[in-house]
Each structure stands twice: as structure tokens, then as C-alpha cells.
Design a binder for this molecule. Structure first.
Ligand code: G6P
Length: 371
């Protein structure tokens, strides 16, 4: 059946709004919230082999790569395995060493991205165990991998990926939860994350309700009268959020947006900050908060005037002269799912304000099937 936009003017906006449901679809039948158990049927045959791997390598492109960056820390924390995250193109360029006891995870919405497929072929030839995380049943990556997980986000039409990102994030998180369920010491952390996943749909709903505010901010803070650059700053779990937020903004509004890890600010990017540079700072209340506070002070000392994405319960006086986007608070390792939503909405309105069609960004394709 043909997929319709319904009440929405664009697929991008429709898919952004679908996220309160698509995240539930990703978890359906896999997480039992009563006994806090995660069972991914697609991994069953290889579970013991995955656990025996000596390292995990995540390989992906574009937004899918960002979902790997976003979940790597929790993955390593829960599995206690070294986890590396690689862009498929770089991985191939560098002809990285891969061994029989490696487990490689290919994350791809379409399951057809050429570079990701080439990396899969490369690792299979070297005997690695290959696992697919895709949104497309029957896709080349889901057929060619030894086992895998479908993210079940439903078809994504918009070139700019939104609901696939949040569902990939959850799928990777569930894999980490299942792989670590034989480690009793991790039980409290696993339970905390599972409880966060239980509330996620509601938290996303509350975040989606910020749309009118974000539409207004798009005009007042990031309008056509402002600089055609935008810097997004975040740290720790939010590094992926600012990379993905910047990518969304580039893709649909053609603004030169850059996502910067706050830890790197003083190693160069600080030179870009002045009173005219539009800035978004993402700083939820987590263990990186005081580092983010430092970043905020460094930016405001250079007359930067950031819009801050923060938690709704954050009453610090530091934000008193700043515009804030206040989102619900969840577990640190899941907060990036909530925080990316306002950036997706902002990028959509920045495109609309400039008269661009966010569903058909210039020069881009939904699926890149050539190398
Ligand atoms: C293209 C799309 C992006 C996507 C990337 C990877 O560039 O425009 O939205 O993130 O490919 O695609 P995949 O299907 O492998 O996730």
C-alpha cells in the first residue's frame, strides 16, 4: 500500500511525530517490562558466539553511524568488551585488521548502502561473525549477515533519517542489554535502562509537544537574517546528538552546521565563537554536566549566546539570560534519544523557513547504492 503523509505536510515531519510509536514497535515482543527481560529472537543462534568475541566493531554510514556513536559507551559498559565505531568508507580505506574472533555489527536503515555492504563482504572473508541491524526485511545486509535484529520502525520515506535513528539506538541498546544478562553485577544498571525504555514513548510525546516553541525559535534564533553557520556543542552521551543534529540541519536547510564535542572546544572551535555565531548547547543533567557548564562559560565569555537544550527540572541560574529548550529527563544513556527530537524539529522548520522541501534535499539520495 502506498504510504501517505496524512495530516502532515511532509514525510519528514510525519516520521518525526511517529517516533512516540516507532520506538514502541522496536521494543514490542522483545522486552518484557514485568520481569525486565530482553530477548531478541534474531540473535538466539549466535548469542554464545557473540559473547565469546574479543571485540565488537560497529560499521555504518551517515545517521546510522551516529546511532553507533550514541550507544557505544553503554554497549562497552554493559558487555565489558572493547567496542569500536567505524565509518564504512574509512574502514575500507584503511583496510583494518579483522579476525575470526571479532564480531562486526552493520547498522543500516535500508540494508543496501554500498560502503556498508563492501565492509560486510570484507569482514566475512576474514571469518568475523557478522550481525545486521536494519529496518528493511529481506535487504541485502539482513540476508548476508549471520544473524541480526530488525528495528521495525516502519518504512522511512524522508531522505533525512529520523525515526530510524531513534529505533537503531534502541535496537543497539537492547542488544547490549541481552548480551549482558548473564552478568549479575550489571543488573541494577540494566534495570535502570529498561525502566527508562518503558517511559520513553511518553517522554518523546512530551518533547514533540515543544513543536510550536521550536518553530518560533527557528525563526527568531536561526532565521535567514542570522549567520549561515551553526555550532552545536555537547559532551559524553550528547556527542552523537550534536553530530546528528548538525547532519539534519545540513541535509535539509543547507546551513553549515557543525557538531562539536565540548571537550574539543578549546582545541580550535572556540575561535569561531562571537556574538553573531548561532550556537546550540546540549547539556542534560548527567555526569558530564559540570564539564558542560565549563563549556557554557567559555562560550558566554566570548559573547556567545547559545540556545540550551536542558532538562525540564534544571533550575540553574546559568540559563537565566538564555533561551532554553526543556526536555524530560531520562536515564543518562537514553537521554540522547529525547534530545535529538527538538533538533530534528528545528532542522525541519529551518528548511521550511528557507523555502526548501525537506523531503527532497538537493544532491542527496535516500539510499546510496554506489561506492
Ligand atoms: C544516505 C541517507 C542517510 C543515511 C545514510 C546511510 O546518505 O541519506 O539518511 O543515514 O545513507 O543509510 P543506511 O540505509 O545505510 O542507514
Amino acid at each position: 500500500a502506498q504510504i501517505q503523509k496524512g495530516a502532515f505536510s511532509h514525510f519528514m515531519l510525519k516520521e518525526i511525530h511517529e517516533q512516540s510509536e516507532s520506538v514502541v514497535n522496536t521494543m514490542r515482543g522483545r522486552i518484557n517490562f514485568d520481569d525486565r527481560r530482553v530477548v531478541l529472537g534474531g540473535l538466539r543462534s549466535q548469542l554464545a558466539n557473540i559473547r565469546r568475541s574479543r571485540r565488537l566493531i560497529f560499521i555504518a554510514c551517515g545517521t546510522s553511524y551516529h546511532s553507533c556513536v550514541a550507544t557505544r559507551a553503554l554497549f562497552a559498559e554493559l558487555t565489558e568488551l572493547p567496542v569500536s565505531v567505524e565509518l564504512a568508507s574509512t574502514f575500507l580505506d584503511e583496510q583494518m585488521p579483522v579476525f575470526r574472533d571479532d564480531c562486526c555489527l552493520y547498522v543500516s536503515q535500508s540494508g543496501e548502502t554500498k560502503d556498508t555492504l563492501l565492509a560486510l563482504q570484507y569482514c566475512k572473508e576474514r571469518g568475523a561473525l557478522c550481525l545486521g541491524v536494519t529496518n528493511t526485511v529481506g535487504s541485502t545486509i539482513s540476508r548476508e549477515t549471520h544473524c541480526g535484529v530488525h528495528i521495525n520502525a516502519g518504512p522511512e520515506i524522508s531522505v533525512a533519517s529520523t525515526k530510524a535513528y531513534t529505533s537503531q539506538f534502541i535496537a543497539l541498546t537492547m542488544i547490549a542489554l541481552q548480551l549482558s544478562d548473564d552478568n549479575y553485577a550489571k543488573l541494577p544498571r540494566r534495570n535502570e535502562v529498561i525502566d527508562g525504555l518503558f517511559n520513553l514513548s511518553n517522554d518523546i510525546k512530551k518533547t514533540l509537544a515543544l513543536e510550536p516553541q521550536l518553530k518560533a525559535l527557528s525563526k527568531s534564533e536561526f532565521g535567514t537574517d542570522k549567520s549561515q553557520n551553526l555550532i552545536l556543542i555537547g559532551r559524553g552521551f550528547q556527542t552523537a546528538t550534536v553530530l546528528e543534529g548538525a547532519l539534519k540541519i545540513k541535509e535539509v536547510s543547507y546551513i553549515h552546521a557543525e557538531g562539536i564535542n565540548a571537550g574539543e572546544l578549546k582545541h580550535g572551535p572556540l575561535a569561531l565563537i562571537d556574538e553573531k555565531m548561532p550556537i546550540i548547547l546540549v547539556m542534560p543533567k548527567d555526569r558530564h554536566y559540570s564539564d558542560s557548564e565549563n563549556a557554557l562559560k567559555q562560550v558566554t565569555a566570548r559573547y556567545g549566546n547559545p540556545v540550551v537544550v536542558c532538562n525540564e527540572d534544571d533550575d540553574t541560574a546559568l540559563f537565566s539570560n538564555l533561551k532554553t529548550i526543556r526536555v524530560p529527563r531520562t536515564v543518562d544513556a537514553l537521554q540522547a534519544i529525547i534530545n535529538v527530537v527538538p533538533l530534528q524539529i528545528l532542522s525541519y522548520y529551518m528548511a521550511i523557513d528557507r523555502g526548501f522541501d525537506p523531503d527532497s534535499p538537493r544532491n542527496l539520495a535516500k539510499s546510496v547504492t554506489t561506492a
